[in-house]
Design a protein around this ligand. Sequence first.
Ligand code: NAP
Length: 306
Amino acid sequence: MIYDVIIIGGGPAGLSAAVYSSRSRLKTLLIEKAGCGGQIAITDELENYPGFDEGINGFDIAVKMEKQARKFGTEIVYGEVLSLDMQDKLKKVILADQIYMTKTVIIASGAKFKKLNIKGEAEFMGRGVSYCATCDGPFFRNKEIAVIGGGNSALQEALYLTRFAGKVNLIHRRDEFRAVKILQERVLKDPKINVILSAMVEEIEGSESIEKIRIKNIKNGQTNELSVSGVFIFVGWTPNTKFLTESKIVLNEDGYILTNDEMQTSIPGVFACGDIRKKLLRQVVTAAGDGATASVAAQHYIESYI
Ligand code: NAP
């Protein structure tokens, strides 16, 4: 079996590429490691995706996107892509127990959350340290917690966590947030959120569960302790490119794939879309646009070269 398009990754970028490819009657296979949806599957509310004036739950939109891709004929298999063999015009997508052949590849493998790499983080992971507010927020009903980070994720998730926690300490290393102004305004107005700026968390401490964190003020060097029972970490993302280590795809210094504006990578017939790509704005709306473009570019490639 030779596919026209194999899409790696089932987040909004990959699923949009799948909708466009299968709707164009290309033989399309999407390979996803765990479950479709990517980061949005663990996002409570998406309020900046056009058309949903009341906002929409991330998981719900992911389920709809997957259904839509399957409706047009996309095949979806679950497994981890280990490497790509792109020496010949016909490319091989290699999994542990299977090799798939394809004319084009669309890489939409997204990014995974960064860790802080501080003492106690690994020890308490899953026992109070979390990277997912929708998954773990309900465990902290009326408790005091810490949220670390100053980007859109940290502020959005801190606001979400106020539904459960008694108090949310939002700790950021600089004295201004990176997040959009509307989230900053909401955070500063929220009586349950205590903002701690210019501060780094140095250690997470406890015995059976988390009891406190040690924070250092980076302006005056003073350290102090804060009693919390949960620590939510949102300090950005790292691109999922491990399976590309042996490939000759050109990445930038941070590991993101370089493409042109048609999503073409440095290897003909191989495209990249969504958060895996070097780009200005990583949002569901831009991921969807990237996916559509990558699919049409793949179609043009097949028509002209094969
Ligand atoms: P981000 O924008 O990269 O922000 C990461 C935050 O973590 C920054 O405030 C950064 O501090 C801080 N940080 C990084 N390393 C740290 C460390 N070692 N110790 C302490 N703090 C550290 O990541 P994100 O918030 O996850 O967002 C990722 C992408 O998703 C962005 O493009 C974002 O716009 C998008 N997103 C959008 C929405 C939305 O539109 N509603 C929601 C969530 C995510 P500095 O600021 O000092 O660098």
